[in-house]
Design a protein around this ligand. Sequence first.
Ligand SMILES: CC(C)(COP(=O)(O)OP(=O)(O)OC[C@H]1O[C@@H](n2cnc3c(N)ncnc32)[C@H](O)[C@@H]1OP(=O)(O)O)[C@@H](O)C(=O)NCCC(=O)NCCS
Length: 176
Amino acid sequence: MPDGFAIRAATAADADIIDAIIRSAFAGTGHGYQGEAELVRMLEADGDALVSLVAEADGAIAGHVLFSRMDVEADGAAIPAAGLAPVSVTPGRQGQGIGGALIRAGLDELRAQGVAISFVLGHEAYYPRFGYSPDLGARFASPFAGPHFMAMMLDSNAPWPLGGRADYAPAFGRMG
Ligand SMILES: CC(C)(COP(=O)(O)OP(=O)(O)OC[C@H]1O[C@@H](n2cnc3c(N)ncnc32)[C@H](O)[C@@H]1OP(=O)(O)O)[C@@H](O)C(=O)NCCC(=O)NCCS
């Protein structure tokens, strides 16, 4: 973790600041997604947010990550699963390791909660460093299937399921 940063669980009082950080982070991406801030609010309202963390420096929030409950079947059985989305770091603080620290802390928290597998839809140059694999993602049928759809077993010793199905929480289907 970078010097001077602390990661903690988000609280209801952080909602407006998290909203602003997500909007500022995604405003610079140019990929046209405007719905991430609303997505976080919907996932929270639906009770589907499993892990929501903020990175704080000098009392100011500089980044946020959310993992939400997924509906996943692996080799014919339901397994506890979480999707990573979104992760945001305020533009002036990007590239300092905050996003990575938030993701690693979130994965540790998911392990503590007994979650077995995590998925992400994102850049294949970034997420494999945390253990996400496009090859594992490709074993799961999903509306998001493709090279950007990645998965990781949270216990790195666990065998990979041979196949299955992965569905994000309902709020993803309501994204604008
Ligand atoms: C993606 C994001 C959360 C990463 O946080 P960060 O604190 O800047 O990342 P870190 O400092 O931990 O890691 C920096 C690394 O991530 C890479 N990176 C950052 N954004 C990236 C992106 N969109 N695609 C690919 N790589 C990216 C950087 O090139 C850098 O790589 P390096 O370590 O090989 O030099 C942050 O840049 C951000 O908020 N971006 C805008 C929102 C977004 O695109 N979120 C991801 C989609 S859910």
